[in-house]
Design a protein around this ligand. Structure first.
Ligand SMILES: [Zn+2]
Length: 95
C-alpha cells in the first residue's frame, strides 16, 4: 500500500466519516492506529487516515514515522485562514 494514496482527500474524508481503515477499508475497532512524523505526533494532529494496528505496521514506505494508538479521534477540518488546508485527525484517547 502506497501511503501517498492514503492521503487522497476524498479517501481521507471517507475514512473519517465511515470510520474505516485507510489501508484495507474495513470497519475500525479499537485500538485505532495512526502513523505520523515526530512533528505530527508532537502536535497530536495526523494527516494519514486511521488504520488497524496491523495495517499501520504494514506501511513500510514510511519508515521514519511513529505509530500511536488511541480509542478515539476527532476529525478536524482546516479553518479558512489556516495555511495548511488539509484536515487532520486528532487522537483524543491515547493508549
Ligand atoms: Zn485495516
Amino acid at each position: 500500500m502506497d501511503a501517498q494514496r492514503l492521503l487522497t482527500r476524498r479517501w481521507v474524508t471517507q475514512c473519517a466519516l465511515s470510520r474505516i481503515c485507510g489501508v484495507c477499508g474495513e470497519a475500525l475497532g479499537r485500538p485505532i492506529a495512526f502513523r505520523g512524523t515526530p512533528q505530527e505526533v508532537g502536535r497530536n494532529a495526523f494527516h494519514l487516515p486511521p488504520m488497524h494496528v496491523a495495517c499501520a505496521a504494514s506501511l513500510r514506505d514510511r519508515p521514519e514515522s511513529e505509530l500511536v494508538t488511541t480509542a478515539g479521534f476527532e476529525f478536524v477540518r482546516a479553518a479558512r485562514e489556516d495555511d495548511d488546508r488539509r484536515p487532520t485527525f486528532q487522537p483524543n484517547s491515547l493508549l
